[in-house]
Ligand binder design. Structure first.
Ligand SMILES: [Zn+2]
Ligand SMILES: [Zn+2]
Length: 294
């Protein structure tokens, strides 16, 4: 919180809130114990600001804090990236620096009263795409009080299927995702989806686009076919040969279909964020999944 009184609290480092990382659950933020009684307003919710010879009562910043924490808690940020922020995103490469700049620029400039073009991060797993998406939503919630939702593509499809078999109308299923100011769809294209699922996805993102709402994406599929061929001598992850084989044979447009792809083009700046070589082995001595690197 920018206007929260700074303290020397070791638990929150002066931020006034902490984010709990509970595996199997989504990220939850709460007021730090140092703020259980706000040191600025002593819990009254108001502070007195000198005005000429008198003083005016002004709403204390801690009131915004509670509202923003509630907004953060609605996002659905996965536990693995619960604490992800722009500050904790490391610029390992030019790709990383450029992608972070795009995400940060989006978050800082975003306004609810006018359309803001979104971005789509693409590249193989392990580069920190999910970290950057979570950091963007965190910034919007905690610094600006803007609501958003994070969904994984596969879960989105299974929610659609479940809603459809429960005889809910497609607007009932898509409604909340159509209206939220910022929507993140992670792992786009991970499942090919049926024609019906694709048409639902197309409707979701088209309606958002037509309403001037921003949607952000991440995908493991590449935009251009050539870039996905590993450079000579590049070590590939041997634990996912299937993934790489598929990766080599399909681009994002082939994976999601031309219609959705051209929509993505209108809505988003495409930003490559790829680990390049198998840096996880080289730098950390062991490989692991995308979600562990944030
Ligand atoms: Zn604290
Ligand atoms: Zn207060």
């Amino acid at each position: 919180m920018p206007d929260q009184p700074k303290s020397s609290c070791p638990l929150c480092d002066g931020a006034g809130y902490v984010v709990d990382q509970v595996l199997g659950s989504t990220a939850r933020a709460r007021r730090c114990t140092c703020q259980s009684v706000c040191p600025r307003c002593k819990g009254t919710g108001y502070t007195l600001v000198p005005s000429g010879e008198t003083a005016l009562a002004q709403e204390c910043a801690c009131r915004h804090t509670d509202a923003r924490l509630a907004i953060f808690n609605q996002i659905g940020i996965p536990a693995a990236v619960a604490t992800a922020s722009f500050e904790s995103f490391r610029n390992w490469s030019q790709d990383h620096a450029a992608a972070r700049a795009v995400a940060e620029d989006f978050a800082r400039k975003f306004r609810q009263d006018r359309p803001t073009k979104g971005f789509l991060l693409y590249g193989r797993p392990g580069a920190g795409k999910t970290h950057l998406l979570a950091a963007t939503l965190r910034y919007l919630a905690l610094e600006k009080g803007i609501a958003s939702r994070y969904v994984e593509f596969m879960l989105l499809l299974s929610d659609m299927k479940a809603g459809f078999s429960a005889n809910r109308s497609h607007m009932e299923i898509l409604g909340p995702l159509i209206r939220v100011p910022v929507l993140v769809i992670d792992e786009l294209g991970k499942e090919r989806g049926t024609d019906w699922e694709r048409s639902m996805l197309d409707e979701l993102i088209s309606r958002r686009f037509n309403s001037g709402l921003s949607t952000l994406f991440a995908t493991n599929y590449f935009i251009e076919r050539k870039a996905q061929k590993p450079a000579p001598g590049t070590r590939v992850d041997p634990r996912s040969p299937e993934f790489l084989r598929e990766q080599e044979s399909l681009t994002l447009s082939e994976r999601v279909g031309d219609r959705i792809y051209s929509r993505l083009n209108e809505m988003c700046a495409f930003v490559k964020l790829d680990p390049g070589t198998d840096f996880r082995k080289d730098r950390f001595g062991s490989g692991s999944g995308d979600k562990k690197f944030w």
